[in-house]
Write a protein that binds this ligand. Sequence first.
Ligand SMILES: Nc1nc2c(ncn2[C@@H]2O[C@H](COP(=O)(O)OP(=O)(O)OP(=O)(O)O)[C@@H](O)[C@H]2O)c(=O)[nH]1
Ligand SMILES: [Zn+2]
Length: 358
Amino acid sequence: MGFSPDITERLARARADLRMGVPVVLDGGAVVLAAETLDAVRLAHLRGLGGDPVLAVTSWRAETLKARAYDGDIARITLPSDVSLTWVRSVADPADDLRAPMKGPLQTQRDGPADLHRAAIALTKAARLLPAAVVLPIDDATGFAANHNLTLVPADAAVDDGLSPLNPIISARLPLEVSEAGRLHIFRPDDGAEEHYAVEIGQPDRSKPVLSRLHSACFTGDLLGSLKCDCGPQLRGALAQMGAEGAGVLLYLNQEGRGIGLANKMRAYSLQDQGFDTVEANHRLGFEDDERDFRIGAEILKRMGFSQARLLTNNPAKVARMESCGVHVTERVPLKVGANEHNHAYLATKAAKSGHLL
Ligand SMILES: Nc1nc2c(ncn2[C@@H]2O[C@H](COP(=O)(O)OP(=O)(O)OP(=O)(O)O)[C@@H](O)[C@H]2O)c(=O)[nH]1
Ligand SMILES: [Zn+2]
C-alpha cells in the first residue's frame, strides 16, 4: 500500500467530495452524486452517459413524497428523461413541499438490488448533507473512477456500522467558572470525522461512578442562547453540578442537530416554522428522529478509565446505550433546566415521541 489511502481514508475523501459536489464511485458498479450539491454541468454530463439513473431517498422522505419504498428503508425514484436540477432538488429537499406539493406521481423501482443505493445514502448522511443521492449503475467502476479521477470506495464499507477508534490527542488544564480544576481532553477518530471533547472537573475517582453528561453539540443553544431548545442551560447546569460536587466529566460530542449537522438542523427549524414538530421535521427531511451514535460517549469514558457513571440526562435511551456499550449507569440524574415559552412544545414532543422524562 505504501502512501496510498486505505478504505477508511478513501471514505473520508468520498464524504468531502460529495460535500463539494464531486461524484464518487462505488466499486459494486455505480457513480453517486449527492442531490444537495449536484450542479447543472454534472447533471448534464450524467444525462449524456445514458443508462438508468435514479434518485435514492430514505423511506421517510418517500412517505412524504407518496412514493412507494419497495426496498424497505429506502426508495429508488426513477429520474424523468428530461430531469432538471430543480426537480432533483425539490424531491430531495422538503423546503417547498407545502408551497409546491405536486411532484408526483413518482415512479419507484422494485427490481434488482438496492445495496449500492443504500450505501450512497449512508455516504450523504455521513457527509451531513440531505440524505438523497443520484445513483447511476456503471459496468467498469474501476475504469470509470480512473478515467474521471474520482474516489472509488467499496459499497459495503460505506454502510459498515463499526465505531472508528478514538485517539486521545492532547489534554491541558482549563480553569473554568464552575471549577478552577478543569481540564479539556481532545479525542480524534481515525476515520477523519469530527473530533469530540471531554471536560474533566477535579480528579474523579476511576473506581467509582463518575458524575457525567453526554452533551450533543448545539451551536444555537450552547453558544447563541437559543430559546428553541434547552441545551445551553443543560450544558451550564451540568458543569455547575460537577463544579459543586468537585468532580465530573462532561463529554461534548460533535453530533450537532442529533447527528444531522447544523445545516440540516436549520432545515428542520424552517420546517418547524411551517408547523411540523421536531420529530416530523427530521422525518420529512429523510432522517430518523435521532441519528446520534452514543457509542462514542461510552468509548471516551472507557478510554479515560471510567466504567461506571451517574448520568445527567432526561433521556432513557442514553442510559440504555451506555449500558449496552459497557458503561454501567448506577444512577440517572435528572437535568431539568431551561424550560421556557418557546421550547415548551419541543420538550413536550421529546417526552411524547422520544421517551424523554419530563
Ligand atoms: N434535528 C434536530 N436537532 C435538534 C433540535 N433541537 C435541538 N437539537 C439537537 O438535539 C441535541 C440535544 O442533545 P442533548 O440535550 O444532549 O440530548 P437529549 O436527547 O435531549 O437528552 P438529555 O440528556 O435529556 O438532554 C443537540 O445535538 C441539538 O443540536 C431539533 O429541533 N431538531
Ligand atoms: Zn439545542
